[in-house]
Design a protein around this ligand. Sequence first.
Ligand code: PGA
Length: 252
Amino acid sequence: MSRTPFVAGNWKMHKTIAEAEEFVSGILPLVGDVDDVQVGVCVPFTALQAVVDSTRGSSVQVYAQNVHQATNGAFTGEISIPMLDELDVHGVVVGHSERRQYFGETDAALREKVPALLAAGLEPILCVGETEAEREGEQTEDVLRRQTTEGLADVADADLARVTIAYEPVWAIGTGKVATPQQAQDACAFIRALVADRSAAAADAIRIQYGGSVKPENAAELLGLPDVDGALVGGAALDPKSLAAIVQAARA
Ligand code: PGA
């Protein structure tokens, strides 16, 4: 089965609407003709509508960076799936390690968020990954098993392949420290095997991204690994030329 590579840029808490529009003007001419790689940008809530509008009709898809699992309710400051759906976003990145570390995102919440997004027709990118202490304590597989199986627990087997999983070792995020190709391949193959425990067909079809200090200079090597189907890119996704170079590296 050949899986379409998926490169997503995660802007985190960067870019006003004006800055986001400038990025879109820069990237559209660079990736406009790419149809063999799925390209997405994960945009702050405030710029979502503008970026959805300015990328409409292009190959660039727009993702939010978080969502609440409830349809509505007394959750001050939160954003629901119907609110995002109304903006016409393509999907949402959930379970990013920064949300887990700094904002108390839990596997239990993700277990609800992932199927709720699918039910609304939105594509989830579910982030998983171990901290440095967990890797040193040889707990990497335990952590990946817990985060992956919990996040996918209430997704029907037939829908598993609509989820993208981003393997992001926490120690590699924003640090310039990249997982070795062997570490990235081993972790992504392990995650794929976890999906295979549920459904062999889904394991074959599901996309698994690597994330953590991906740059134009290291993208080709990481994206060439057999179980790495794309990248979730933070710092290097703030500049259109650099994200476009990573997209080009994903074209095998
Ligand atoms: P980075 O971030 O590319 O800046 O390491 C990756 C991420 O957090 O998704």
